[in-house]
Design a protein around this ligand. Structure first.
Ligand SMILES: [Zn+2]
Length: 195
């Protein structure tokens, strides 16, 4: 097996995921628009079988899209070649799409059951989620995710290093790291006594 067929085989699963997404979307909207489903109600006048079918179909498509994003990220980490820079971008972008679409898809079945205040909470959950994902995308685009993590961990390391209290050798009192004399017994604190 040569390199070309190997790479071709590695990516055929993408087509399967795309097929699942497309078929789920088509079936959901086709069955959902049938009179039988549109005029049969689970909750009278509010929640129809059409709502349920579309909810199931669209959420299946979204689930497949998210799994596709996850598998693509893993595949790019292993053998992305010149596309490996995409590995940090795919998951944030796909998650943003999934979260934004989940908002309206979940409303298909949740709307009849929510009052105004619940609806408001629901909206805020998604606003926070979407903004969070958008920030994630921006960070990924800037390529700062890794260096930010590094900055945070080194800052935390510095803080814990400087926060070591000076224990007085004479009375055992904990003093500020910068203290020269013990606040309890006023003996001189040596730097080596830091614990
Ligand atoms: Zn002391």
């Amino acid at each position: 097996m040569n390199q070309a067929t190997l790479q071709k085989q590695d990516w055929t699963w993408v087509g399967r995921f795309v097929a699942v997404i497309v078929v789920a979307l088509i079936l959901a909207s086709a069955i959902g628009s049938m009179d039988l489903f549109a005029k049969t109600f689970v909750i009278d006048g509010k929640l129809s079988a059409s709502h349920l079918v579309r909810f199931l179909g669209y959420s299946t498509a979204l689930g497949a899209l998210w799994m596709l994003g996850q598998r693509a990220t893993i595949a790019l980490q292993k053998h992305g070649g010149r596309w490996s820079f995409m590995q940090h971008l795919i998951l944030p972008v796909v998650t943003l799409i999934v979260v934004a679409s989940t908002n309206s898809i979940a409303l298909l079945v949740l709307k009849p059951m929510m009052n105004a205040s619940l609806n408001n909470i629901y909206n805020w959950v998604f606003i926070v989620g979407i903004v969070g994902c958008a920030v994630w995308v921006v960070m990924a685009v800037l390529g700062q995710s890794a260096s930010l993590t590094e900055a945070f961990t080194s800052a935390a390391g510095r803080i814990s290093a400087t926060n070591k209290a000076k224990i007085c050798a004479a009375c055992g009192t904990e003093n500020e790291p910068s203290a020269k004399f013990c606040k309890q017994c006023a003996k001189k604190l040596s730097d080596t006594a830091a614990a």
